[in-house]
Design a protein around this ligand. Structure first.
Ligand code: RVK
Ligand code: MG
Ligand code: MG
Length: 302
């Protein structure tokens, strides 16, 4: 665990997002592997989440909901999905962060991947406390996503980031990593998909089969497993995110979630330099990772 891993995870999110946003899943066929000039809502919300954890030195639902809303209002063009902007407008009109506002949009709540795509800072901040990690992942998700599949997907992604940050990259064993994730998750659909990953890894399955079994869509249960698998079936940052984006579908988000895990595992120094040089807002995101690191040390030191 070190600062380079914190920075790697936040910049990894932004790079995976920008790469997926550029390619829309077809770029690998064209042979281009460049990130786009802009990141999307995935990174914008990851930034909001990190800012709130830093400013509050931990989770505050009201503060975080307001920060999401303000960041959306400043940059509404980041490519947000249908639900969250509606929730931000409700919050602007005075509704509370914990009213499960998404249930007024989707019966039973949203199971989109919008909670998981932004979760990297929770994995970092709670890397040494699995109970707190689950709690903060669930609570931060519920501002916009209250469906069990969405909150569990976010917790599972946060858990993968935490495990990656705790890991020495040279000791990475994909099967052990997978086993720990299986022990963590409590929801059947994720248990089943993690189980399926074992045989996909064993046989080095072709992309088509990976997509059929794990999914590549905008739903949390169809994208968090794909991101975890993209990390597991590769052994460096660049191939992990290129593989993630090559699965197509919700490429920016699968890219972002893979980048968060791979960046936490390999650290910022292993991130492809030409991508880093092109990344929008790079210095600010790096600063946020440093502040999150300091905030974590402050909380631990108490
Ligand atoms: C545009 C039926 C449901 C559902 C439910 C589906 C950005 C809907 C990012 C909905 C990410 C979609 C993405 C997204 C993140 C969710 N019944 N369908 N109960 N719950 N869905 O609106 O933040 O790209 O098809 O909550 O999760 O890059 O449109 O937004 O790819 O999931 O958006 O769910 O989206 P939302 P989100
Ligand atoms: Mg996006
Ligand atoms: Mg997306």
């Amino acid at each position: 665990m070190n600062l380079a891993k914190f920075i790697g995870s936040l910049l990894g999110t932004a790079i995976g997002d920008s790469l997926g946003a550029q390619g829309e899943g077809i770029f690998h066929l064209q042979g281009t592997k460049e990130i786009g000039p802009r990141y999307t809502d995935d990174t914008a919300m990851m930034i909001g989440l990190a800012e709130s954890l830093i400013e509050c030195k931990g989770f505050s639902g009201e503060h975080m909901a307001n920060r999401f809303m303000e960041n959306f209002e400043r940059e509404p063009w980041r490519g947000y999905a249908w639900g969250p902007p509606r929730i931000f407008r409700m919050i602007r009109r005075g509704r509370k962060w914990n009213e499960m506002l998404d249930r007024e949009i989707y019966p039973g709540g949203s199971y989109g991947n919008g909670a998981a795509m932004r979760i990297a800072p929770v994995g970092l901040f709670c890397h040494d406390d699995p109970k707190m990690l689950r709690e903060v992942a669930y609570q931060s998700s519920q501002i916009t996503h209250s469906h069990e599949w969405a909150i569990e997907g976010a917790a599972l992604e946060a858990c993968a980031v935490a495990m990656a940050v705790n890991l020495k990259a040279e000791n990475f064993n994909k099967y052990e990593f997978l086993k720990e994730l299986m022990n963590f998750t409590r929801v059947g659909i994720y248990q089943k998909k993690l189980e399926a990953m074992k045989s996909l890894l064993d046989e080095g399955a072709p992309r088509g089969k990976v997509i059929r079994e794990l999914g590549n869509g905008v739903e949390a249960m169809n994208s968090v497993p794909a991101a975890i698998y993209s990390f597991l079936c590769n052994s460096d940052f660049e191939s992990s995110v290129i593989y993630a984006v090559s699965l197509g579908g919700d490429a920016d988000t699968i890219g972002a979630m893979t980048g968060a895990i791979a960046g936490a595992c390999y650290g910022v120094d292993e991130i492809t330099k030409r991508w880093m040089n092109r990344l929008e807002n790079r210095e600010y995101i790096k600063k946020l990772a440093e502040k999150l690191w300091e905030a974590k040390k402050g909380v631990k030191g108490k």
